[in-house]
Ligand binder design. Structure first.
Ligand code: DAH
Length: 360
């Protein structure tokens, strides 16, 4: 038992005298390592008689536990001391300015989509989506555009490839957002109020046309919706979007296969001094197509035209972005020129909201 007291005294003293982590580790190995003095003593227990073991066993175990605890305590004391020393010697100037990070900008199309979504959301419209690769049924037939209808050619459609011998009509890159009307009616039934912003595709390219551009579709179906609600909705939208108190819209009779009656809508504006002003002046600018949803279109969407009716409209997003922010050439929208993006882009924290105003 003397040995135990001796070992205890020796190691506890070495532990408290260890000046650093390395020295402490050397003490740990000498005491509790595989060949450490205490470990070897414990192995000897196996050769002892049962009686001897009964007294030596617990004493050795207690010694091991105590040395182990002393090692841990010393270790954390040494770490604390090291940290204190670092805190005293090192320092950080928290008043230095942060490192500048390059910041991207919000593309005008994204900004305008956010703006119009906020405005229509405020009027009770939710957002619907559909695929950009669309079946020809959704893109044409369901919208009452028959196979021989000239609109199929007018749209300059991009067709997807079909394998040789597969005679099903090819899918198309949607030529307008109108197919989302059908999908939304099928998904939600009536009554319904949705907008569907997104990309559309037509084979066309000049200063005001690109093969990919953006539209937002609107659809409101209920029991008693008329052209009057359509006009109010569009006027409210234009007032909020163009940030003018007075807007005047002009409905011009037109034809779309999916609406009856159909109207193209112009907004009053002036071009004085080459500067566009919305809401005043002698000029009119066409901004969208609209009408009362054709009964066949309601039927294709699974809605009974004897019970329900409503309006739809389709608006060019790129066009109203150009108008609102004075951007002259549509093609530049999609060229990813950093100088253009920095000039026309929006700060990422500039979130559109009706209350905060929508200006940059
Ligand atoms: N889909 C038409 C186009 O791309 C736009 C349009 C016109 C949509 C009238 C409508 C509508 O919903 O009622 O030219």
């Amino acid at each position: 038992m003397d040995t135990i007291a001796t070992l205890r005294g020796k190691y506890l003293e070495q532990i408290s005298a260890a000046p650093d982590a390395d020295a402490l580790e050397t003490v740990r190995l000498a005491a509790l390592g595989k060949k450490g003095e205490i470990s070897l003593k414990m192995r000897e227990l196996g050769q002892m008689s049962a009686e001897e073991r009964q007294s030596a066993g617990p004493a050795l175990n207690a010694l091991k536990t105590e040395v182990d605890a002393a090692l841990k305590a010393r270790k954390s004391a040494l770490e604390d001391a090291a940290l204190d020393a670092r805190l005293k010697s090192e320092w950080l100037d928290v008043t230095l300015p942060g490192r500048p990070r390059p910041m991207g900008t919000i593309h005008p199309i994204s900004q305008v989509m956010d703006e119009l979504t906020a405005i229509f959301a405020d009027m009770g419209f939710s957002v619907a989506e559909g695929p950009q690769i669309e079946s020809d049924w959704y893109n044409f037939d369901a919208l009452n555009i028959a196979p021989e209808h000239p609109a199929r050619q007018e749209h300059d459609t991009f067709f997807m490839h079909r394998a040789d011998g597969d005679n099903r009509p090819p899918h198309v890159l949607r030529t307008h957002t109108s197919p989302v009307q059908i999908r939304a009616m099928q998904d939600q039934g009536a009554p319904i109020r949705v907008i569907a912003p997104g990309r559309v595709y037509r084979m066309d390219m000049d200063q005001t046309h690109t093969p990919m551009f953006h539209q937002v579709e609107g659809l409101a179906i209920d029991r008693d919706i008329s052209m009057a609600q359509l006009k109010w909705t569009l006027e409210e939208f234009c007032r909020a979007f163009f940030e003018v108190d007075e807007v005047e819209l002009r409905f011009r009779a037109s034809h779309f296969p999916f609406t009856e009656p159909s109207a193209e809508v112009d907004i009053r504006c002036s071009w004085e001094g080459g500067q566009l002003k919305i809401g005043e002046g002698k000029d009119w600018l066409e901004i969208l197509g609209s009408g009362m949803v054709h009964p066949k279109v309601l039927q294709a969407g699974g809605i009974d035209p004897n019970e329900w009716q409503g309006f739809a409209f389709g608006l060019g997003i790129d066009r109203i972005a150009m108008l609102k922010y004075g951007i002259p050439d549509l093609r530049a929208f999609f060229e990813s020129d950093l100088r253009w993006l920095r000039h026309y882009g929006f700060a990422s924290l500039d979130q559109p909201s009706l209350a905060a105003g929508l200006s940059r």
